[in-house]
Ligand binder design. Structure first.
Ligand SMILES: NC(=O)C1=CN([C@@H]2O[C@H](COP(=O)(O)OP(=O)(O)OC[C@H]3O[C@@H](n4cnc5c(N)ncnc54)[C@H](OP(=O)(O)O)[C@@H]3O)[C@@H](O)[C@H]2O)C=CC1
Ligand SMILES: O=C(O)C1=N[C@H](C(=O)O)C[C@H](O)C1
Length: 273
């Protein structure tokens, strides 16, 4: 029998971390090895299974990042703060890592590219299968409609979400821009709700809604004169993201070559996810 994949989970005390702990209880070929958080956390020392609402697992939550060395692969659902240092630790211990964090600064994105020259890293703003299919569909619709289409992206999430627009909305924006031969940075209007910004033809706009416990919803509008397409995706439970992260971890652990991978590589799709 092959040994199960040992997972080091960063952000184990968070909403997504708990969902991954729960998913690992029933996982066939993977198990929780290390449960991590940051040094100022109120959860250090707590049992990660109990905290997640599962059975006690005798894996206490720790802030000792060197413990990633005990695992085969990292799943990082921590926050953006401190990501550069965490990536350095993954590189130092030569542990491939699935980075699921959003709201990254350009310097944090740069640190992923640097780390990926040495170890396999996978960055996924959204690990659901459906959203990565939606990105591929968005790229194709944008390619066919061209710059005549107005493209607007609306995302809705729970009120605790820290970043806006969501990482997923930006991925969909990149797919839309790429589909019609643009660079998102050149055409993105990140806050369509701001009335002081005038609409510019060819821009890709983002709008954000925060309400209650919405897990994650995204709609891409592609509008031409007389008709419109709405490509929508809704997630109703965090286990969808957790299952996708485990799938990505299993795939990444098998990669021998360093590189910055994406969900599209895991799923065999063309658009970035
Ligand atoms: N890729 C995907 O599919 C998805 C990605 N996300 C993204 O995942 C991230 C986490 O989301 P969510 O679980 O809702 O957030 P939470 O706020 O619920 O959890 C954040 C977790 O990160 C920990 N943490 C905070 N600061 C640090 C740090 N400096 N270093 C390490 N860990 C830290 C927190 O610790 P403590 O609680 O102990 O203070 C907590 O465990 C967000 O960026 C979110 O956008 C979310 C859903 C799906
Ligand atoms: O913070 C969240 O909750 C989510 N964040 C991700 C994002 O920013 O795209 C993915 C998902 O939609 C939930």
């Amino acid at each position: 029998m092959t040994k199960p994949l040992d997972i080091a989970l960063v952000g184990a005390s968070g909403r997504m971390g708990k969902a991954v702990v729960q998913a690992l209880v029933h996982a066939q070929h993977a198990r929780l090895a290390v449960a991590l958080t940051h040094a100022d956390s109120a959860h250090i020392g707590k049992d990660s299974g109990t905290l997640a609402g599962a059975n006690e697992n005798n894996i206490p939550i720790t802030a000792d990042i060197t413990q990633v060395a005990q695992a085969d692969v990292v799943i990082d659902f921590g926050l953006a703060e401190g990501l550069e240092q965490r990536v350095q630790a993954y590189v130092q211990h030569a542990i491939p890592a699935v980075i699921c964090v959003t709201g990254l600064t350009s310097s944090q994105i740069h640190s992923l590219h640097q780390g990926a020259q040495i170890i396999p890293l996978l960055h996924a703003a959204n690990t659901s299968v459906g959203i990565n299919l939606l990105a591929a569909l968005t790229a194709e619709a944008s390619r066919v409609l061209g710059t005549e289409a107005d493209i607007e992206i609306l995302e809705a999430h729970h009120t605790r979400k820290l970043d806006a627009p969501s990482g997923t909305a930006l991925v969909l924006g990149e797919a839309a821009a790429q589909g019609r031969g643009q660079r998102l940075d050149d055409v993105a209007e990140l806050n369509r709700n701001d009335p002081s910004h005038r609409y510019e033809k060819g821009s890709i706009g983002f709008a954000t809604l925060r309400a209650g416990d919405i897990v994650g919803e995204h709609t891409v509008y592609l509008v031409v004169d007389g008709e419109r397409i709405e490509l929508s995706h809704r997630v109703s439970k965090r286990s969808t993201f957790a299952d996708g992260a485990l799938r990505a971890a299993r795939w990444l652990a098998e990669q021998k070559a360093p590189g910055l991978y994406a969900m599209k590589d895991v799923l065999g799709l063309d658009a970035k996810g």
